[in-house]
Every structure is written in structure tokens, then in C-alpha cells.
Ligand binder design. Sequence first.
Ligand code: FES
Length: 354
Amino acid sequence: MVQSRIALACPLPASETAASSGDGERMTDTLFEAYLRQYDDPAWAGFVAALRPSTHEVDRNATRIWFAFHPVSLQQALADAVDGEKLVRKLQLQGVWQLKDRIDSSHHFLYGHRYWPAVKQAVVERAESTCPPRTLNAVDQVLELAGEAAARLSVDRSLLVGIVAAALMTLQQVGLTAFRTASGAVHLDPSAARRTPDKVLRARARNDAQGAFGFLKGDRKSWTVTFDEQDPHATFRLINSQHLTTAAAADTRDHRARDPRCTEGPIPVECRTASCGTCWVGVLGGAEKLSAVDELERRRIREFGYIDTDEPKPIIRLACMAQAYGAVSIVIPSWNGIFGKYVRNQRTQAVETK
Ligand code: FES
């Protein structure tokens, strides 16, 4: 259906084409937006997995984390709600959950974020085009766009694959008008901007030196937890086997200006018992140095809607459940909520009514 729409509409201006669709789509949708809107979270998860070999290692985890942080199913549920504010309360959403409020900054933890202006330009040009793309395969679309932007920037395509995939999902969720209007600013500390991908990977793999007799320290070993790789001051210390939130709470700096949810250290926290979902984090580096997920954490992460996986040490964790046995690099999402059951029910209903 999407293919025939695109083939028929090529000679028409994008807005005119979309206005004639007449099947309930937004009147301002371009063909490319209509094309993107057919994809749900499972489809995108499949694309990200298929793109993994083509994605530079520095952004493999980051790309998966970004997609976990920005589920289109939640955005769609809110867009479809008769009473959006009531649904926000029902899903206990806190923080900044709408991607439209973070178009240029949501992906600051991807290495490819530094190439955002060129990526954004390539995606806008593709979305504004009235001619059919060479391929309707989403994976090929990402690779083609990444290749175009990489040629303009004279960098390796693999560095752009993750950020291009994030850009397309952002366009899907916010629409072309908002996407195009965003300033395109890059949010990067100058010291972070100078780092090569290899340097970032080495930093993630490194453990803190424990001194000549470190092997005797046992649980007195201590590690660095980095919670924003772009900020050289965004670290706290953790004593071996501490939970991430316990160690974070000892960081007495005021983090509320950055995120009002932060009342005890840089990681938002409420219950500390896997009940509220406030403390979820993505693990950019060192997932293998965290304790394995137990049954409670696995079940609750799924119920919250954050991730559904059998991996023993996944890249999305509840920080109040995860103990660290080495240095790790995490990223803290700008929001939290409890939406897993709701969006699964919505998906089931949509399938049943087809
Ligand atoms: S603080 Fe509530 S789930 Fe971790």
C-alpha cells in the first residue's frame, strides 16, 4: 500500500500528496512521513538489530538505548488519547517524555550526535522529496542516508548509522514541520568533541587502578560511574558491589537544575525496590560488570515498558537493583513511567480490529 502511494504521488508537491490521502492520516504528512509511520517498536528493534554490523561499535549500545528511551508506542498512545493529561497521570509519566521537546538533544549520548546537522539536513531533504526512494526497505534507507551524510562529512559511514536511525524515528514521532524547525544545535562539551571513537571505547573498557595491593582490597575496591560521557564532571564513586543508586546518593551535588526528579544524587530514585521505575538507566559500557538481572528486575522492567529481553545483563537496568563490580558508563533518561501493559493492550486491540 505504501509503495503504490509513493509511486502515484511522485509528481505532486509533498503537502498536496498527503492532503489527498483521505484515510485519516495527518493532512500535512509527506510521503516519507507516511512511509515511516507504518513502523512500530518491534519493527524498529528489528531494523536496529539488522543495522548492528554496519554500526560502529561506539554507537551499538547507544543506538539500542536511544530506541528504548523513545518508544513510538508511547508517543502513539498519547497522541491517540481522548484525554492526554489523564493518560499521563495513569501511566505515571514524570520528566520530559516527549521527543518533540528534545529533537536536537535526545541523542547527545551517541557518538554520531556530533554529526547531527548534516544528518538532519539529509533526512529533511529525503522527507521533502516528492520522488519515490530507491528502496522501501528501512534498513537500506538508513544505510543510504548515512552514506550520503558520510560522503558530505568525509567520515566513515558506520559512525552515522545509529544517529540516522534515531533521526528517522524522531521524524516519525514529531513530524517534518517540528523536525525541520528545530535549530539543529549540537550539545557537546569541547573535550568530548575531540575524542575519537577508539578513545571513547577504551575509556568505557577501563577499570580504575586499585594500587599495588589492589587485589587485597576485596569489597573495598572502588570504581568510577560515569553518568554523562559528554560532561567531564559527571561521575561518582562506587564501592565494589554497591547498587548504582546507593552510590549515586552519596554524590551530594545539586542535580535538580538538570533534572528536577533528582533528589538524591544524579539518578532519579523513589522506591529502591523495583516498584516505581524511576531509576531506569541505559548502560553504554560495562554492562558485563553489573550483577545479573534477577527475576524481579526482569519482570518489573517489562511491566514498566522499558525493555523485554532474556539477556542476563541487558543494556537497560533499574539502577536500584544493579550492583557494580567495575567502572561503568551509564546514561540517564529524561523521564520515567509505567506504560508496558497499556501499550501492549493497545497493540493487541489494534491487531484484533484489523
Ligand atoms: S527506585 Fe523505584 S524502581 Fe528503582
